[in-house]
Design a protein around this ligand. Structure first.
Ligand code: BG6
Length: 278
């Protein structure tokens, strides 16, 4: 979850004692499980080669559950990011080839701009020698920390078509001026504009999400019942989070051998005097 650090007192259900959690700096649920191989509940999850259950692989694909290596000497980057960055790499493993028989190199650059914007840029290349193309779907499943979900507005998605995962991926059209939250939401907005704005009224803070190469946007909040059913999700935490992330789902990306795809997401946190027209 993006945001400044804050310390919070929470009840440890196992011991009944209070514990203190460095919350936003850690960027995850207080109940998050840090034991590999499962991804932690929070941060920005890299969903590849599949988003959610839009395919036959494990939920959100395997990339988020793998150990990545530091990419010491990446090839020159095709877009500008920032000098303050780290490069990671994930390659097809023998194990993963059994379920997804395609050879790829996935290079991820995580960069911080001088004014604190967080930039994630993914380059995925088909390095197979069998001459065959492959297809994938993708998302940066981004957990934002918000003060009160019922006060949050998301601008940029109004009037768009979306797939509603709560209604068998039915295609619907968003109505109204902005997206607001009163119950569980699990949607994929289609062909969204390059800039989405998440306005957190109470914290007087606005997140601006900019995207390239990723036409769609995932929006998710499990609300109370589903949150309680998830062992790594604090029961009341649904009130203080919202997932919004750049994605490519409706039209899977196709890569022929040696082709490379680039998908970038940039998040800025700005005071809420910011107007979404800027
Ligand atoms: C959403 C999916 O994108 O992510 C939901 O549509 C899912 O079905 C949610 O519950 C969180 O996924 P996970 O695997 O991290 O619990």
């Amino acid at each position: 979850m993006a945001g400044a650090a804050s310390v919070e007192r929470v009840k440890d259900h196992a011991t009944g004692l209070d514990k203190f959690v460095l919350r936003e700096a850690r960027g995850s649920s207080v109940e998050a499980n840090f034991k590999p191989p499962k991804a932690i509940r929070g941060g920005i999850q890299i969903c590849f080669p599949q988003l959610g259950n839009h395919g036959v692989l494990e939920q959100h694909g395997f990339a988020r559950n793998r150990f990545w290596s530091v990419d010491e000497n990446p090839p020159p980057f095709p877009v500008s990011t920032s000098n303050c960055h780290i490069d990671l790499i994930l390659k097809s493993s023998q194990e993963d080839l059994k379920t997804w028989p395609h050879s790829y190199e996935f290079r991820l650059r995580i960069a911080l701009s001088p004014r604190g914007d967080l930039i994630l840029a993914s380059r995925i290349k088909n390095v197979s020698t069998d001459g065959k193309p492959f297809q994938f779907t993708f998302a940066y499943h981004t957990y934002f920390s918000v003060s009160d979900i019922s006060e949050v507005r998301v601008e940029g998605l109004e009037t768009l078509d979306y797939l509603d995962n709560l209604r068998s991926k039915n295609r619907c059209t968003e109505q109204g001026d902005a997206v607001v939250f009163e119950s569980e939401v699990d949607k994929v907005y289609l062909s969204a504009p390059p800039k989405i704005v998440i306005i957190d009224h109470e914290k007087k803070r606005t997140f601006v999400l900019r995207k390239e190469g990723l036409p769609d946007v995932v929006v998710w909040n499990p609300w109370d019942k589903k949150a309680k059913a998830m062992p790594d999700f604090g029961g009341e935490e649904y009130k203080n989070m919202l997932c919004v992330g750049a994605a490519a789902i409706e039209k899977p990306i196709t890569l022929r051998p040696n082709e490379e795809w680039l998908g970038k997401q940039e998040i800025s946190a700005v005071p809420s005097s910011y107007s979404s027209g800027q």
